[in-house]
Design a protein around this ligand. Structure first.
Ligand code: ATP
Length: 271
């Protein structure tokens, strides 16, 4: 699948509607996510960012529309096709969601046990490679989640999301709860993974720093659909009350000014 710009599209949603009882959350929503990009999803609280993510993953039912991931309509797919799709995506749910009774190494091996048939020795080796990939020290392998800092939990959860070498990872508020330095480090890691592995990243976030620094494109959810999507420069020019107040608000100005002070170029032609 390629879009009008000739880019390879790995998630294509058309006319998606989701409601709970009488409450419409998403209505006639269209979306394209391209291969190899970090796409950030923002919007007011309750706009449906998590609902959209869960709907793409097949965890919520939709009332109308189609969603194709890697060209496969997950809802209509056979068990075999579903399995093939699930092996190509990784998910980092909000708050990390590691199993507290398992070590980091064992957590990372959960998807391996579910989807692959590997020897214990090979699984250990692979899990240790993932631990290294996300920048955790080797001794993190034998620690339990309760022994880790917030930033380490996020990295361990990311290592688990990467366990099957996915083409795309879904991240739900990955930097929430991290201090600014920890959050910036996590963003750096995500960008490195995109660059080195060609990973596509679907990231729900409230973090303006992440949007300004890490995202190639942004989609704003509001009024039950994607209000606007594109690079940051497009968000900055977009005439909608919420988009304006978010991208030109006091906090956004601080991010831009901090960037200027640090002499770093702003990505995507911002400002
Ligand atoms: N399983 C469900 N049953 C009923 N209502 C739901 C369900 N899941 C979500 N909702 C409702 O859908 C709306 C959108 O929720 P969602 O969590 O997607 O918002 P969000 O944009 O992710 O918000 P936030 O930024 O606060 O995380 C909310 O009103 C929520 O109460």
């Amino acid at each position: 699948m390629v879009d009008q710009a000739g880019k390879d599209v790995i998630i294509k949603a058309r006319g998606v509607s989701v409601q709970f009882g009488a409450k419409k959350i998403l209505e006639n929503l269209d979306l394209d996510v391209r291969r190899g990009e970090i796409m950030g999803f923002v919007g007011p609280s309750g706009a449906g960012k998590s609902v959209l993510l869960r709907t793409i993953l097949g965890l919520n039912k939709k009332q109308a529309g189609t969603i194709e991931v890697f060209g496969i309509d997950y809802e209509k797919a056979s068990d075999r096709e579903r399995l093939a799709v699930e092996r190509r995506w990784g998910v980092l749910f909000q708050h990390g969601a590691l199993f507290s009774s398992l070590t980091v190494l064992e957590n990372i091996q959960v998807p391996m046990r579910e989807y692959l048939t590997l020897s214990p020795k090979l699984m250990d080796e692979l899990a240790r490679l993932k631990i290294d990939l996300v920048g955790l020290a080797p001794d993190a392998a034998d620690k339990y989640p309760s022994e880790l800092s917030g930033g380490m939990i996020k990295r361990a959860a990311l290592a688990r999301a990467l366990a099957l070498d996915p083409d795309i990872v879904f991240l739900d508020e990955p930097t929430s709860g991290l201090d600014p330095i920890g959050a910036a480090d996590f963003d750096e890691l995500i960008m490195t993974l995109r660059d080195t592995l060609g990973l596509s990243v679907y990231m729900v976030t409230h973090d303006l720093d992440s949007l300004f620094q890490a995202c190639d494109r942004i989609a704003v959810l509001g009024d039950r659909k994607v209000l606007v999507e594109g690079p940051l420069s497009k968000m900055l020019d977009y005439d909608h009350p919420w988009v304006k107040s978010y991208f030109h608000g006091k906090r956004a100005r601080t991010v831009v000014l901090d960037d200027d002070a640090a002499g770093r170029p702003r990505p995507n032609g911002a400002g």
